[in-house]
Design a protein around this ligand. Structure first.
Ligand code: SIN
Length: 503
């Protein structure tokens, strides 16, 4: 076989997090290849999710209430139809996960236990063993995917570009294996499920691989991108010098943990929407007073059983959260913007679908409601599967795509520092313009690497949005203007086009 090996599947799923694996399982009996650059479960944000899955299940709750909370958190940019669809589909997808063996926590009466998280009007987050939901869900999916005959798991292969035919139809992905050799994977349908962008920032709760690969690949191929400037910062990444930073789940605040500064002053209400809490922590740290999550009274001695992941991370750094407050900082956590998808997970290019964090469905607006991400991943993976299960195969045609250059390590470090400094919790026009120029200079030096392309979309979107809304806070434009979604697309071999539409 030539160095440029070829393979064909009915459906190629790029990414093996929750969205990618859930879709692959639902696609039976179609032949599915799932690309996982790292060993399964190791490089996926889904496996790191601590909070759980938001779903309206209780007698005191209803999908309408969940949808209303989702819309309110999203600061004017959530599509209410999508919020309703998400909330109404949640209970059925939880049934699917239970059938796959996910051991959601139960209360004494045998019902699924429900926790409260910020900006939810009801306790509705279903969890596993306190803070292990992501790990437990991924373990169940990985076991099922490994056992499924219709799924080929392709480990160690990373997609870097989309393959397109002469009409622009997507027909697979150009990949690199661990040795750096190019491998083309062809398919009738290609699905991006590549996760987020947190790894573009110096402080993040995401795996290092989450650097906007799907966003960059789709943008380069000419797909429509929306609202790339909306990056959610989790308020309480644990500040113990680790990269990525371990997370102190929002559920801790839901259970009564307090935010205090180094003087012991309580400086913000813990259950405000995530963007507001993140900004309050950012400002407290900038003022030199520091920020700490104090769980001594609310959790205390029960910490190891109730939040084993957070406890282990703290203890590994020599910090006992039963007796000492946890130092925290906002960390890049979730990308609300992304590749535009319709209600069936269809992107704007023929042959391309997009699900999970790299998609922009309209569900999260300017600020995602806590624990809605796992829900969105399974709801849209299920919908995409319903559509793709009996999609007709296109007539065959040759396809090609150029691999972008890799980003050298020193450039990656510089880019992360740049994004942290200028495209973080608070931004302004000067810093964003400087960041755009620095990214352009880096692109001129090393070529159009995917990381630079994704960072450029975020920074250019943030510069163009002259208002403050949700997670996008401009100190030079502190007020919100009329709500609008912002769209970008690049016609192949042409410049960027921008458009916006009222929400
Ligand atoms: C958390 O546990 O705080 C994270 C949950 C989420 O990002 O939705």
């Amino acid at each position: 076989m030539s160095a440029r090996a070829k393979a064909q599947a009915d459906i190629l799923v790029v990414g093996a997090g929750l969205a990618g694996l859930f879709l692959a399982l639902k696609l039976a009996p179609r032949r599915v290849a799932v690309l996982s650059p790292a060993p399964l479960g190791e490089a996926s944000s889904s496996a790191w999710a601590q909070g759980g899955l938001a779903v309206a299940l209780g007698a005191d709750d209803a999908p309408d209430l969940h949808a209303a909370d989702t819309v309110a958190a999203g600061a004017g940019l959530v599509d209410p139809v999508i919020a309703q669809l998400l909330a109404e589909s949640g209970p059925d997808r939880v049934v699917d996960l239970l059938a796959l063996g996910v051991p959601f926590d139960r209360s004494v009466d045998g019902q699924l236990a429900r926790s409260l998280e910020a900006a939810h009007s009801r306790p509705r987050v279903v969890r596993v063993a306190g803070d292990l939901a992501g790990r437990a869900i991924m373990d169940a999916l990985i076991a099922a995917a490994r056992a499924a005959e219709h799924i080929e798991i392709v480990q160690g292969l990373a997609a870097h570009a989309l393959l397109q035919d002469a009409h622009g139809r997507v027909r697979g992905a150009a990949c690199m294996d661990a040795s750096g050799a190019r491998v083309d994977r062809f398919a009738d349908e290609t699905v991006l499920a590549t996760g987020g962008v947190g790894g573009l920032y110096a402080v993040t709760t995401n795996p290092a691989q989450a650097v906007g690969g799907g966003l960059a690949m789709a943008a380069r191929a000419g797909a429509l991108i929306a609202d790339a400037e909306f990056v959610q910062f989790h308020p309480t990444a644990i500040d113990i010098g680790r990269d990525p930073a371990p997370l102190a789940t929002e559920a801790l605040r839901g259970e009564g943990a307090k935010l205090i500064n180094s003087r012991g002053d309580h400086f913000v209400s813990e259950l405000l929407p995530r963007d507001q809490v993140a900004r309050a922590i950012h400002r407290e740290r900038e003022s030199g007073r520091g920020a700490f999550l104090d769980a001594r009274d609310a959790i205390g001695a029960t910490f190891p059983e109730r939040f084993p992941t957070v406890f282990a991370a703290c203890m590994a750094a020599g910090l006992d959260p039963r007796t000492a407050p946890i130092p925290v900082a906002p960390g890049a956590h979730y990308h609300m913007g992304g590749v535009v998808s319709d209600i069936w997970g269809r992107a704007t290019l023929e042959g391309l679908s997009v699900i999970g964090e790299c998609a922009s469905t309209g569900a999260h607006g300017a600020n995602r409601l806590a624990s809605n991400s796992l829900l969105e991943a399974v709801v849209f993976a299920h919908r995409a599967a319903e559509r793709l299960c009996d999609a007709a195969a296109p007539a065959s045609a040759p396809a090609r795509g150029e691999l972008p250059p890799p980003l050298p390590e020193s450039e990656r470090t510089a880019l992360r520092a740049l994004m942290q400094a200028h495209a973080g919790v608070e931004r302004d026009g000067r810093g964003l313009a400087a960041a755009c120029a620095a990214i352009d200079e880096a692109t001129a030096r090393v070529g159009d690497a995917n990381e630079l392309r994704a960072a450029r979309l975020i920074v250019a979107g943030a510069l163009a949005r002259e208002e403050s809304r949700g997670a996008h806070h401009r100190t030079d434009f502190p007020e919100a203007s009329a709500p609008r979604r912002a769209f970008t697309f690049a016609a192949p071999h042409a410049g960027l086009a921008h458009a916006s539409a009222a929400a």
